[in-house]
Design a protein. Structure first.
Length: 220
């Protein structure tokens, strides 16, 4: 059998901390080499013990989980950090990843899920749930959109027909009704919307409406 994965646990909840130590003791390929109740003590002990994986509670006194992760990434990058979090929010997950965490596990997750995360992270794989992955992809798309080159406002010229389309979109009309209002084909409406988004370098119809509203281009 391969050498057991050396794990350190940092959590200010004594019941949870001691419970994880006891439960992980039953896993043949995992050994808990230390535990701490504060972020500061965790860093001090990890410096001496050098675990391969550290389970870090995100909300600890004397250095929270993100601060501990940042310090470990800087001083002991070989230690893989798994954050134990309370909420499934994209902003919090992104903050953990940016700090250097290799995994994020909700405290409400199953023990089996935690064990699989430990094993995956030890293999060099970042690990998160499908729901978290979807949130991250959404954030990446937002960041990519924000990096698109900005076009000077004065250089954008929308045609009168394109403005008609945006105004009808703003009224909540679907493409079929817009086509009927303007006496054109539904495919022509789609073409107009495509051209509008391309000109404005926007991602969707609602963004185009917001653009027009901010510039007083919508009819009262």
């Amino acid at each position: 059998m391969d050498e057991a994965i050396r794990v350190f646990i940092a959590d200010d909840n004594r019941l949870l901390r001691e419970g994880l130590v006891a439960m992980l003791a039953d896993e043949q390929d995992i050994v808990v080499i230390g535990a701490a109740a504060t972020g500061r003590k965790a860093v001090e002990q990890i410096k001496d013990l050098r675990p391969e994986v550290a389970l870090i509670d995100i909300g600890m006194p004397a250095k929270d989980g993100i601060e501990v992760t940042q310090e470990l990434r800087r001083d002991f990058p070989e230690v893989k950090v798994i954050i134990l979090g309370m909420i499934d929010l994209t902003d919090e997950i992104m903050a953990c990843i940016e700090a250097g965490a290799a995994g994020y596990v909700l405290k409400e997750a199953s023990f089996d899920y935690l064990v699989e995360t430990i094993r995956s992270v030890h293999r060099g794989e970042s690990f998160c749930s499908p729901r978290m992955a979807a949130s991250l992809f959404s954030r990446i798309a937002e960041l990519a959109s924000a990096r698109l080159p900005k076009i000077p406002k004065n250089s954008i010229q929308l045609t009168p027909r394109e403005l008609d389309v945006i105004n009808l979109i703003a009224k909540g009309l679907p493409n079929k009704e817009i086509a009927q209002r303007l006496a054109i084909e539904p495919q022509t409406v789609k073409n107009h919307i495509h051209n509008i988004l391309d000109k404005l370098q926007l991602q969707n119809r609602l963004a185009a409406v917001q653009y027009a509203r901010e510039r007083n281009l919508l009819e009262e």
